[in-house]
Design a protein around this ligand. Structure first.
Ligand code: BES
Ligand code: MN
Ligand code: ZN
Length: 508
């Protein structure tokens, strides 16, 4: 079967600016909070003076509470429409993530609107930055695959002004630029996740990324890419990627993106991302109910590739080696059978007891290749929608971090905290390792059921040098939002891990 040729077009980005001039936009967004008095409400409009007395009474009568994620709209005010976005309890200072979410929640409800001014409390540049990010992240729609009903779908908010007197300062310009880059590449991750597997194959994934690298400036910004096709993967010994991909008519690929900064790199990180464009479970076929979620099984690959381009666009002084092993996990007469033995890049053999534990197989190849290609790495991070056990353990909004290096893990968690992404550290208990022993090969691809997320981490640990700081990030839960949209997070692809990785690199 011929793989479908696809081009994914990015939705146009929201124009973003910072200004405290006369408001010319159609909509004014302000914060709404609950006060200490019972049922009391107050408006938080930052530096913008809004006469609020009557409005607060009306809002209260309408049943508004100022709770986080509550957005109330009404016509009138200094613009055509006033939008109140909940900031929770009144405070002298609002957390960055509270502001990011409130700005995002409002932007999300403003599809179809052409322009809006956001007047929210921002005491410092970091708050302003969070608001800018929230607006840009919230202004997202995915209508690529709407056919005859496309015209019924509204566009994302076109133009946003953040009301602040910092508008003329150089720092403000940097804030806007950074927010745009973060949002543009988060949107790329979301688009890739949301693109159905009929249109996103290992091959089309690499083409899309190569095109993105080109439009980002390519070698001019220090970005280079290399793609291995199925023949090369086979002849060069990538037994994990080949074994997982061999059941599909859409052959596997390995994508490498490198970023070399203009200045001498302060550090060099390798990023590895799981790129299963669809996970049926292979011959260990998954149940039909919920299988559609498995179009998101390439979220890790999308996040690390997009993060690398974002880091290049920001011109950060850290070198990145990104590796995305890509395959479609399908059942067929050519698929890997339970009990087959494959040889991972570098020579370790694995008995595939369960073809549905495929992510660790393609990641093992890529982890070994990443370490073999550069001997001066300062750290290696893999990002993967790896286990259902991750979702059981931490739910749908929090990712897991496992490591061989406490300091590196703490550094990542601190970056994630600043980025407003939820991650939690998990152990790699040695006693679980023996459950991965195989009577015929070096390792089996499944072990003890209990603590399945940790067992998967221990499997990957076998392919990483103890001397190299390593993080294994399981995002099975938070990569894809099957619930309601909230804050700046839409339904479907979320784009998690990109912001934490960029922050980690920004931290130096
Ligand atoms: N892609 C899945 C993990 C997953 C599950 C991601 C739910 C997102 C939501 C992975 O390839 C998988 O199938 N893992 C198995 C491993 C098991 C066979 C050891 C699982 O978690 O059931
Ligand atoms: Mn699987
Ligand atoms: Zn999978």
């Amino acid at each position: 079967m011929k793989p479908t040729n696809t081009s994914i077009t990015l939705a146009p980005m929201t124009t973003l600016r910072i200004s405290d001039g006369l408001i010319k936009d159609d909509v004014l967004v302000v914060g709404l909070v609950s006060t200490n008095t019972k049922g009391g409400l107050a408006i938080e409009s930052g530096e913008y003076g809004l006469n609020t007395e009557n409005i607060v009474v009306a809002l209260s009568e309408m049943g508004a509470t100022g709770k986080v994620d509550e957005v109330t709209k009404f016509p009138g005010g200094p613009t055509r429409m006033l939008v109140f976005t909940g900031l929770g309890k009144q405070s002298s200072e609002y957390g960055h993530e509270t502001l990011r979410r409130a700005a995002g929640a409002a932007a999300r409800t403003l599809t179809g609107t052409s322009s809006a001014t956001f007047a929210l409390p921002s005491s410092d540049l970091d708050s302003l930055s969070a608001i800018a990010e929230g607006v840009a992240l919230g202004a997202y729609v995915f209508t690529e695959f709407k056919g005859t009903s496309k015209s019924e779908n509204k566009n994302a908010l076109k133009s946003a002004t953040i009301f602040s007197s910092l508008g003329s300062k150089g720092e403000a310009k940097d804030i806007v630029t950074r927010a745009k880059i973060i949002a543009q590449y988060t949107h790329l991750v979301r688009d890739l996740i949301n693109t159905p597997p009929s249109h996103l194959t290992p091959d089309s994934f690499t083409r899309k990324l190569v095109a993105e690298i080109r439009s980002a400036g390519g070698v001019k910004v220090g970005l280079r890419s290399t793609v291995w096709d199925d023949k090369q993967l086979k002849s060069q010994g990538f037994g994990g990627i080949v074994g997982v991909g061999q059941g599909s008519a859409n052959p596997p690929r390995l994508l490498h993106i490198s970023y070399t900064p203009k200045v001498k790199a302060h550090k060099r990180y390798a990023l590895v991302g799981k790129g299963i464009t669809f996970d049926t479970g292979g011959l260990n076929l998954k149940p039909g109910i919920g299988m559609e979620r498995m179009k998101s099984d390439m979220s890790g690959a999308a996040a690390i590739c997009a993060a690398t381009i974002a880091i290049a666009q920001l011109g950060l002084p850290i070198a990145i080696e990104a590796w995305a092993p890509l395959a479609e996990n399908m059942p067929s007469d050519t698929a890997t059978r339970p009990s087959d033995v494959i040889t991972i890049y570098g020579g370790k053999t694995v008995e595939v007891l369960n073809p549905d534990a495929e992510g660790r197989l393609i990641l093992a190849d890529a982890l070994v290749k990443a370490q073999a290609s550069k001997n001066n790495l300062d750290g290696i991070i893999d990002v993967a929608t790896l286990t259902g056990a991750q979702v059981v353990a931490l739910g749908t909004r929090t990712g897991a971090v496992m490591t061989n290096n406490q300091e590196f893990s703490e550094k990542f968690l601190a970056a994630a905290q600043l980025a407003g992404e939820q991650f939690w550290p998990m152990p790699l208990p040695v006693e679980l390792r023996a459950s991965l022993d195989s009577p015929v090969a070096d390792l089996a691809n499944i072990g003890e059921k209990n603590g399945g997320m940790l067992v998967a981490g221990l499997f990957l640990k076998e392919f990483v040098s103890d001397a190299l700081p390593w993080l294994h990030i399981d995002i099975a839960g938070p990569a894809y939002n099957e619930g309601k949209a909230h804050g700046y997070t839409p339904v479907g692809g979320v784009g998690i891990a990109l912001r934490s990785i960029v922050r980690l690199v920004e931290a130096g």
